[in-house]
Ligand binder design. Structure first.
Ligand code: F6R
Length: 242
């Protein structure tokens, strides 16, 4: 895995946005894999600026998000669909019908997971996947114990993930306990991967991902077997590296 240590969060966000913009410029019909959470917000702001100021064109691109909470309709204020609309989609020219996020409110979640996996395959596969990392080493919502054979499925969120995500809800009881998430195999199917981590709270997970053994106990460590991963961290997130 290639490691880039950025000066700070702003530098990390700019470097990540540049990689995406280069991909979209070189290959306009790029299939983007996108993440939510706090970490990529700055990268999305940079991408919006690149679209507005440099004309980076998303009109032929397609996106697939990693995950969505079970039980939340797309229009729910805390859904990942709403997050993506607010942080990126309504500010660039990516056509809405080319933005894909699992339906967490589907009546048949099993069928929805299968449909999502098939839609990714039918698109030709993800060209560049953006990932964050959980404090416990999760990627997407693949919590510790997720094996490299996993595909899109309903997952149970761990207590630590529920607590980390409670900051977006009025109270912790409102945080969904399950999500639909791409699996590790789905993520490893992307041609390129960029993983972003910022802040001291991520330092241990970043260390285990890069310097620990490859194990489902730290799902991000399974990225070690992928041939094209760029990990962009700020100095705090790099602080436990040897
Ligand atoms: C988000 C996702 C998660 C987050 C991770 C880090 O779509 O799949 O894996 O990337 O929980 O979240 P933040 O960036 O909020 O620390």
């Amino acid at each position: 895995m290639k490691l880039v240590i950025a000066k700070d969060y702003e530098d990390l966000s700019k470097q990540a946005a540049r990689l995406i913009a280069e991909e979209v410029t070189r290959h306009p019909s790029t299939i983007l894999g996108l993440a939510t959470g706090g970490t990529p917000v700055g990268m999305y702001q940079e991408l919006i600026a690149l679209h507005k100021e440099e004309g980076i064109d998303f009109s032929q691109a397609t996106s697939f998000n990693l995950d969505e909470y079970v039980g939340l309709p797309g229009h729910h204020p805390q859904s990942y669909r709403t997050y993506m609309e607010d942080n990126l989609f309504t500010h660039i020219n990516l056509p809405t019908d080319k933005t894909n996020i699992p339906r967490g409110d589907a009546a048949d979640l099993g069928a929805e997971c299968k449909r999502y996996e098939q839609a990714i395959a039918a698109s030709g596969g993800i060209d560049i996947q953006v990932l964050g990392i959980g404090n416990n080493g999760h990627i997407g919502f693949n919590e510790p114990g997720s094996t490299k054979e996993t595909t899109t499925r309903v997952v149970q969120l761990t207590e630590s993930t529920i607590q980390a995500n409670a900051r977006y809800f009025h109270k912790i009881e409102e945080v969904p306990t399950q999500a639909v998430s791409m699996g590790i195999q789905t993520i490893l199917g992307a041609k390129k991967i960029i993983l972003l981590a910022s802040g001291k709270a991520k330092a241990e997970a970043v260390h285990s991902m890069l310097e620990g053994e490859m194990t489902p106990d730290v799902p991000a460590s399974l990225l070690q077997q992928h041939p094209n991963v760029t990990v962009i961290v700020d100095e705090e997130a790099a602080s436990a590296l040897s």
